[in-house]
Design a protein around this ligand. Structure first.
Ligand code: NDP
Length: 407
């Protein structure tokens, strides 16, 4: 190979070698032919313009003015806030972070810099009420330990802000009721962080179930299990930890949106090993069965002491629907199987959907509710309904008797 040929080939990034379609000898003429100025219009009626005459592409799309973005204050800069919620703003269309609330000023200043939040829009738990003066803040997003949800939701409403509060809504039914009253009294919206009611896989399951695509639902089974290492707010009774409120609540909430009913009776068991210091204050595992008015039975379990497993199956008269994982942030997979007979796997169909960022969907949905004054899909009342079920489950564990719910 001549030196000139070698340099030419390198400039082409080796494409000639790898495509195998052109040799080095062809490369020179090819480059010349690609130069549009060298080729007059076919038919010879003058040359095509080489560039738009006024120096901008004729079909340039000029963006419409964007709708007002709702301003969010993030309250509590822990793992969920830093690793999932704040990065998700990058995928939001109508939501932006404009304030932070944290017990650690240095961390908050660092985070504010990254997200372009004004340094004077950083608050702590003591001066939280000053948020009332910040007109850029429309919503406060409570991402604190569960024991602090009620207090900061109520203080947020009193400061005149809408509230998105993480799940579980609170620690007790009574706290949850007070949160709803506070939002009503302040004429503010209150949503609970049930992100799965916004994401496409769980929504597709809801659609399949409402259309009875596989016949009547007979039973539902769900597991939400993980391995929690100390130290962690989830292992502290004082902070409202425990597997039921942290991960079991996903099974309870999914049972509602899949079955479309409220349970009328629950029975439950918990296990709290004496030889594992992680479980001095909270159970390791909880298993519960919920009975629904139509006769559907749901059996669920949650644990802090297993490898990760987050899934559910809807057993219908003419098939089943599997979402596994069902509750994770990413990687959800949806399979269905039709027919009654136990046959091979070939009847299983995977429904492939475009995954989306759950937190971005959730935040933009709530921002949309505020902008258009619409009801949220995940109101405080839904959180309260789950709290009542969890209270019944705890009562069933204590009493070792089934517990009736509702009137
Ligand atoms: P972390 O322990 O990682 O963060 C909690 C943050 O709360 C802390 O970093 C701290 O922020 C603040 N805080 C204030 N007071 C206390 C206190 N006494 N002890 C500990 N922290 C305190 O928890 P997570 O981010 O994992 O969970 C927070 C909430 O989000 C929980 O309610 C949890 O159920 C929910 N969650 C929801 C998920 C979902 O998918 N929807 C997933 C994970 C969690 P600072 O230092 O800024 O003051």
């Amino acid at each position: 190979m001549r030196r000139r040929d070698f340099i030419l080939q390198s400039a082409l990034g080796g494409a000639a070698i790898f495509s195998g379609a052109r040799t080095i000898a062809q490369a020179g003429p090819l480059l010349a032919a690609q130069r549009p100025s060298a080729s007059p219009v076919a038919g010879g009626r003058g040359a095509v313009p080489l560039a738009p005459p006024d120096a901008q592409p004729p079909k340039l799309k000029i963006p419409e003015p964007s709708p007002r973005k709702i301003g969010w204050a993030i309250v509590g800069l822990g793992k969920l806030a830093l690793e999932n919620v704040l990065p998700a703003f990058g995928e939001c269309k109508i939501s932006q972070p404009v304030a932070l609330v944290s017990g650690h000023a240095d961390k908050a200043r660092q985070v504010a810099k990254v997200y372009g939040i004004d340094s004077d829009a950083i608050y702590n738990y003591e001066n939280f009420e000053r948020l009332a003066e910040n007109k850029r803040v429309d919503v406060v997003y409570i991402i604190l330990p569960n024991s602090m949800h009620a207090e900061f939701t109520i203080r947020g409403c009193k400061a005149g802000k809408h509230v998105l509060c993480e799940k579980p809504m609170a620690v007790t039914v009574e706290e949850s009721e007070r949160m709803i009253v506070a939002a009503k009294e302040a004429n503010r919206k209150l949503a609970i962080g049930y992100r799965l009611l916004h994401e496409p896989f769980n929504r597709r399951v809801i659609e399949l179930c409402r259309k009875k695509e596989f016949g009547e639902i007979k039973t539902f089974s769900a597991s939400n299990c993980q391995d929690v290492k100390a130290p962690n707010i989830r292992l502290s009774a004082r902070l409202g930890g425990g597997p039921l409120g942290d991960v079991g609540v996903y099974c309870i909430n999914a049972a509602r949106y899949v079955i479309g009913e409220e349970p009328v009776e629950v029975s439950a068991f918990a296990h709290q090993p004496k030889d594992d210091p992680r479980f001095r204050e909270v159970p390791e595992s909880v298993a519960f069965i919920m009975r629904y008015p139509s006769g559907v039975l749901a059996s669920c379990d949650c644990s802090f002491g297993t490898s990760e497993s987050r899934k559910y199956r809807v057993h219908c008269a003419e098939g089943y629907i599997d979402l596994d994982p069902a509750f994770s942030y990413t990687g959800l997979r949806l399979h269905t199987k039709s027919g009654n007979a136990e046959t091979d796997d070939t009847q299983r169909t995977e429904l492939v959907l475009e995954p989306q960022n759950h937190f971005a969907l959730e935040m933009d949905d709530f921002s949309g509710c505020i902008l258009q004054n619409k009801e949220t899909r995940t109101p405080g009342e839904m959180g309260l309904a789950d709290m009542r079920i969890m209270a019944a489950i705890e009562e069933a564990i204590r009493s070792r008797e089934p517990v009736h719910l509702g009137s």
